[in-house]
Design a protein. Structure first.
Length: 188
């Protein structure tokens, strides 16, 4: 894919940041167990408050459990994500040492980004999906709602080589930096 057609960094940044994007079209080419473990190894090293590492990932590839994970996805996501060879459910632990972990979802986001960047480096594509049934996610994973929050699902695989010809599957543009940073307080 010619990423320059879609994305233009404004400042110096490593290519894998702007070349990473969330595909909706995947091939059904399998991912090896070693590749899967490399993705989770990247997540393992993500930063977290008090080193709590509050993330929990539940995954499946192509077995009966995968069919259950597919049911977590809403109908729109399910129609295309079932072709991806790997589905991951993402959870964050609600407490750390008996206290509310206010940073758990933030830290879990760092772990997800580590997976996304590692996937890009490995030639894989990812797409996080908020469109899931959180109740079903807890049911199929067996994780307690009291102990864990269901966050999202992630499809992982090889991007379909024809993705450049399908408009809904091309990389999106980004906000300008000055739209999301502040270097001084707002005047009220």
């Amino acid at each position: 894919m010619n990423i320059d057609k879609y994305r233009h960094p404004e400042n110096n940044v490593e290519n894998f940041f702007f070349e990473r994007w969330s595909s909706r079209l995947f091939t059904d080419k399998p991912i090896s167990r070693n590749q899967i473990l490399s993705l989770f190894e990247a997540a393992r090293w993500a930063p977290s408050s008090s080193n709590s590492q509050p993330w929990k990932f539940v995954y499946a590839t192509n077995d009966d459990f995968r069919e259950k994970l597919n049911l977590v996805l809403n109908p729109f996501n399910r129609k295309w994500a079932i072709k991806a060879p790997l589905i991951i459910l993402v959870f964050s632990k609600n407490q750390n040492n008996g206290k509310e972990n206010r940073n758990a979802k933030f830290d879990t986001g760092a772990a997800w980004m580590s997976i996304a960047i590692q996937a890009k480096i490995m030639g894989l594509n990812t797409r996080a999906m908020g469109g899931i049934d959180h109740e079903v996610a807890h049911n199929v994973s067996g994780l307690s709602k009291d102990e864990y929050s269901s966050i999202c699902a992630i499809a992982v695989g090889y991007a379909d080589p024809d993705y450049d010809n399908i408009s809904e599957n091309t990389p999106s543009s980004r906000m300008k930096i000055d739209e999301f940073i502040m270097d001084k307080p707002l005047n009220h």
